[in-house]
Design a protein around this ligand. Sequence first.
Ligand SMILES: Cc1cc2nc3c(=O)[nH]c(=O)nc-3n(C[C@H](O)[C@H](O)[C@H](O)COP(=O)(O)OP(=O)(O)OC[C@H]3O[C@@H](n4cnc5c(N)ncnc54)[C@H](O)[C@@H]3O)c2cc1C
Length: 302
Amino acid sequence: MVGAGVIGLTCAVRLLEQGHRVDVLARDLPLETTSAAAAALWYPYRAYPFEQVTAWSKVTFEVLARLAGDDETGVRMRSGTELHRARTADPWWVSAVPGLTRVTTMPAPYVDAWTFEAPVVEMPVYLRWLVGRVEELGGTLTRMALNALPDGDGAEAVVDATGLGARLMAGDSSVMPVRGQVVIVEQVGLDRWWLDGSGPTYVVPRSHDIVVGGTDDEGAWDRRPDPEVARRLLARAAELVPELARARVLGHRVGLRPARPSVRLEAEQRGGTRVVHCYGHGGAGVTLSWGCADEVATLVSG
Ligand SMILES: Cc1cc2nc3c(=O)[nH]c(=O)nc-3n(C[C@H](O)[C@H](O)[C@H](O)COP(=O)(O)OP(=O)(O)OC[C@H]3O[C@@H](n4cnc5c(N)ncnc54)[C@H](O)[C@@H]3O)c2cc1C
């Protein structure tokens, strides 16, 4: 497995559960990846094609909902509200959520809204939990920066879960960064998430803090937080959740979403090695992770 973000680790766990031996190699360890910057609300966003993304999201919803029963995973089911400034049709992924309900009263300037319960994944906790699963199932995790995918060396398959790194590893220039900046603020007693699709502006509560986002700058590679952007994010978030106006800022994070016109999930024969590519999950890597991992496991097994 090349890559130790949410995709590589989830695929590793699934493969280990099915009896494969798995060694994970990665330049960035889990807490240093884009995955660690994710908010992370279950929400299909900037990932394509719609039909497969809906199917993968549905599977992942069910797995995460089960994991939410165990505090150690960092997954929790939380209700929240998505607000719109114009009349809006049901989201294209509506069939992946068990219960999405239209709201009839909402504050101006919003004219449409819906609410649903979804998994919220506290990434620092969850990524550590995934690493723990990899290790307890007998897998390994090694820091290693590669300049090409390994040739397999007798392995059944090499899985390419390198996210944005697939530009180099798979020679795929259709993977592009979509920069996302978030501000982490103190918990002010919030237990619901809020989303205004027009920003996008989102407020995602976790156990000890709240993630406030966001931005989506296509083609931007700068991983330094911009203080002016952070100020604007906080101002927008305080319009959604007024209590946030006084919340203490704990930190800033930037991640580069690995966006692609469509997720690449397919097997390719390279010499004597089967390579299974799984990258390009855009703004929804957490949301798609378990659905994609099941397909990777099928492709590895041939
Ligand atoms: C601000 C922000 C908020 C987000 N919010 C959400 C959300 O609420 N819900 C959601 O579902 N998604 C969200 N996302 C999107 C999500 O974070 C990504 O889709 C996901 O992290 C992609 O995971 P990945 O494992 O493919 O990539 P990454 O996490 O980037 O991991 C890639 C791995 O490959 C390794 N690698 C790359 N190149 C090499 C190489 N040459 N040699 C060795 N190793 C290599 C890296 O070191 C790393 O370990 C958000 C993203 C951002 C930035």
